[in-house]
Ligand binder design. Structure first.
Ligand code: MG
Length: 370
């Protein structure tokens, strides 16, 4: 049995966004050329970050700016080894698309998006950085916050806070740090799953989302894990099995009542058909799909297929997180905590009070250097 979405949410409409931007264009800003800058954005993590597949201590993200007519838009890429990306591959992809940013009309966003999609195919994190810088620039040119251009009200949605895999002592410490968050996400998918969940349950009875990050490779073992989690206050399980195992997940789906969300199985809009019937929802991330506009298209398609939507992130500064947060009123679950895992955040944007996201009121993405 597939489980339906529970929360009433605003409907995503990508065509409306393009029309609004086209109609509101300031008359003095027509065709012109952007100056693109690309630099590393080194980020240090507060704690080592462990998933079922690897551990990280630091990240080298990419910061870009697009400047034209005295207005600068900023964007961030978070290259991820899971998808074969690095600072170098992302930088090269960005430099190669420079000619596409000369003599363009940014308010004819549909046409520009098509060209950039072609040039940056296979580099969704680079595409996301360009996309967010363009939306930041457009919002600033229109003197409107992006969430106002998108036509949403600030619902101050709740975000979960993610606890990476760690020793029982460290897990307890992290849960203490997350005291203001009513909903936690924990990473499982290892041989220590029982120990980890026991450590969590020893200190909190908060509802949990579980992300196995493709860690359970056998469907019968995955079934046992999920049946065990059903009695442990878990509200959904993300990516129980590897991407490509959707038929096994379909088998699993028939045997459990737990909502299952696809993450690694649904990177971009072309992946959505393969998860229908296997998963109840998808985790949309700007870095996987190529940015705000692509994410909006994925959310709209998910809505039409009655799939739930979670908005997720990689390890990103407040720049990337605030860009994603603009879409939070459209989704069922928000997991935008990547910036909270940093020792130092180079930007300020969305802020979180008692687990709720408050979108900034400034024009564009509303992000400023810290
Ligand atoms: Mg995930």
């Amino acid at each position: 049995m597939l489980l339906r979405r529970s929360a009433p949410i605003e409907l995503a409409d990508p065509a409306r966004l393009l029309a609004v931007i086209d109609q509101r264009r300031p008359p003095h800003l027509g065709i012109g050329s952007f100056e693109l800058s690309v630099e590393p954005l080194p980020l240090t993590l507060r704690h080592p970050w462990t998933l079922s597949r690897n551990t990280s201590h630091a990240k080298k993200n990419v910061l870009i700016t697009l400047t034209r007519d005295g207005i600068t838009g900023r964007g961030e890429a978070a290259p991820n080894v899971r998808y074969g990306q690095s600072w170098q591959t992302t930088r090269s992809a960005l430099m190669a698309c420079r000619p596409l940013l000369t003599n363009v009309d940014p308010f004819d966003l549909g046409q520009l998006a098509q060209k950039l999609d072609q040039a940056l195919r296979g580099h969704p994190d680079a595409r996301a950085a360009i996309d967010m810088a363009l939306f930041d620039w457009i919002g600033k040119a229109l003197k409107l916050p992006l969430h106002a251009v998108l036509g949403v009200r600030d619902r101050q949605p709740l975000t979960s806070y993610t606890i990476g895999i760690d020793s029982p002592e460290k897990i307890r410490e992290k849960i203490e740090e997350a005291h203001e968050f009513p909903l936690l996400k924990i990473k499982l998918g290892t041989e220590r799953d029982q120990e980890i969940l026991s450590a969590v349950r020893a200190v909190t009875d908060k509802p949990l989302m579980v992300d196995a990050n493709e860690g359970w490779t056998d469907r019968k073992a995955a079934l046992k894990h999920i049946q065990w989690l059903q009695g442990e206050g878990v509200i959904l399980v993300e990516q129980p099995m590897p991407a490509g195992s959707e038929n096994d997940v379909r088998w699993l789906r028939e045997k459990i009542d737990m909502p299952l969300y696809a993450d690694e199985s649904s990177c971009h809009i072309g992946h959505i058909p393969r998860v229908v019937g296997a998963y109840d929802g998808i985790n949309v991330k700007l870095m996987k799909c190529g940015g705000i506009f692509e994410a909006l298209k994925m959310i709209a398609l998910a809505h039409s297929l009655e799939l739930g939507v979670m908005l997720g992130c990689m390890i990103e500064s407040s720049l990337g997180i605030t860009a994603a947060a603009q879409l939070s009123p459209f989704v069922d679950h928000v997991d935008l905590d990547g910036h909270l895992l940093l020792a130092e955040d180079p930007f300020r944007g969305v802020h979180i009070v008692e687990g709720r996201l408050h979108l900034p009121a400034h024009a564009g993405l509303g992000v400023i250097p810290a």
